[in-house]
Design a protein around this ligand. Sequence first.
Ligand code: NAP
Length: 283
Amino acid sequence: MLTISGKTRYCGVIGDPIEHTASPAMHNAVFKKLGLDYVYLPFRVKREELGKAIEGMRALNIRGLNVTIPHKVAVIPFLDELDGLARKIGAVNTIVNDDGVLTGYNTDATGFRQALLERGIEPMGKKVVILGAGGASRAISFILAEQGANLTILNRTPDKARQCASMFSQREVRALELNRENLVEVLEKADILINATSVGMTPNIDETPVPFNLLKPDLTVFDIVYNPIKTRLLREAEQAGAKTITGLDMLLWQGALAFEKWTGVKAPIEVMRAEVIKGLTRS
Ligand code: NAP
């Protein structure tokens, strides 16, 4: 049991829906293990209540919030400051409250970069295929382009892939419709495949965005879906002999980087990893 006192500091996550979140289990377990007087709560915030929720954060002196679907872009006008990366991406997933000054960050992007680094993967010059053009894809595309990867974005709605690609005025990013013909063409030469769509996520765990016969041993497959931890895409990529990275790694690192911003304490990565696995296998 957490002990709450008048000195306890509050963090949390806002989104709608919020029932599926793995973040409270991860953060609360780590606060407890490190003896930090913090607590982390999930808040279901409807679209039309977002402004009031952020004013509430200020009024109640909540130290930090994570922001998830559907608020990552809409929250920006309610903040006082934006970190440079969050500004360029146009989305925020972490807010820090310093005595009433609210600053927005994007630790989805930096967390994704850390997850690659941890596996010794260097994106510079690599041919990277990204499936999806939603909020997560924007953050990932941005960080990969910054690191010199050669990007192709495929999305079910091709206009959104083109919008995403248009963020990069200085470099050429291909934008295509997500269909079999285009997958065949781009995967033949790809080094890294990233699934940033929600295909394969619970409850649709039998779905995959890529047919098995297009997967190959010299590919690294990163599926950012984390529920289930091992998606059908990752299982089939393993069978094809490809290197795989789970969405849990990105979830872990985005959480660790937010934790460090709120507490000023270095995140205990292995403790967090064990807690997030425990939380996800329980759910
Ligand atoms: P989002 O903004 O709602 O974008 C969803 C994306 O999935 C869009 O590109 C959408 O295509 C595509 N999509 C949805 N259903 C599809 C289908 N049946 N066939 C093909 N494409 C489909 O969501 P998001 O925030 O980017 O999140 C995407 C996924 O990443 C979710 O599963 C989320 O849980 C996961 N995520 C993981 C982490 C992590 O830390 N591991 C962090 C953030 C997000 P259209 O544009 O055509 O609709």
